[in-house]
Ligand binder design. Structure first.
Ligand code: GRF
Length: 228
């Protein structure tokens, strides 16, 4: 949330969301915005897949959408072209925060370093454990007792930026990859709006450099046990 110096009114945090799939996390943000439960304005959604259901969710909420399909008319869009268009769009929307919610393309270091706003990612594991794909299956196979999801700052190294928040659950003996994915997704739907609230309220400050960026908090990541 930003203070407008002239009028001293409180401006909502302008969020752009990058998606590739169903968009259930996007839907949670849309619902919270529409209910006035989060001080945000979703200024636009970028999808790298033209068949992503997230596009329908955004359009139903009258949110601008840019579809930058990685395969358009049979031609593959290279990451550089995607990033050039995405960058221009983010600048045009004047996003304060870029949220990767189920966005499945790996972005270049150049794009990340020059992004027009801080960027966070939702990852389905307790980072730094299980970076990359197939996190639920790998956690079960390794016999982990705990699993969950993390929200971290996006840096050039994959899933390696500062972890801001995490939500944890206990893996049950009867959990399968599918059941665990469903349980973790319920956590994601609570962790994402909760984390964005902390950013919007300035409790987590992504704009300062270095460790003092998070000095208002005793220690990060904040870890939560949530109902799932
Ligand atoms: C989430 O489960 C996230 O952890 C993973 O992709 C999924 C996206 O879900 N990276 P949705 O598109 O928000 O429904």
């Amino acid at each position: 949330m930003l203070m407008d110096n002239a009028s001293q009114t409180i401006q909502p945090l302008r969020i752009a969301v990058l998606v590739s799939g169903s968009g259930s996390n996007l839907q949670v943000l849309i619902n919270a915005m529409q209910a006035g439960a989060l001080p945000i304005e979703i200024v636009g959604v970028i999808s790298n897949r033209e068949d992503a259901y997230a596009i329908t969710r955004a359009q139903d909420a009258a949110i601008p959408v840019a579809v930058l399909s990685h395969v358009a008319s049979g031609k593959r869009m290279g990451i550089k072209t995607f990033e050039t268009h995405a960058s221009a769009q983010l600048v045009e929307w004047q996003a304060d925060l870029i949220v990767l919610a189920g966005f499945m393309r790996v972005l270049s270091a150049d794009f990340i370093d020059n992004a027009p706003a801080p960027m966070i990612n939702l990852h389905p594991s307790l980072l730094p454990a299980y970076k990359g794909l197939d996190t639920h299956q790998r956690a079960i196979q390794a016999g982990e007792r705990h699993h969950g999801c993390s929200i971290h700052v996006v840096t050039a190294e994959l899933d390696a930026g500062a972890v801001l928040t995490q939500a944890l659950l206990e893996i049950n003996q009867k959990d399968t990859t599918n059941s665990l994915q469903t349980r973790v997704q319920k956590l994601e739907h609570q962790l994402l709006p909760w984390t964005i609230m902390l950013i919007a309220k300035g409790v987590i400050n992504l704009n300062s450099q270095g460790t003092e960026a998070f000095s208002m908090l005793p220690a990060l990541p904040l870890q939560l046990w949530l109902n799932n």
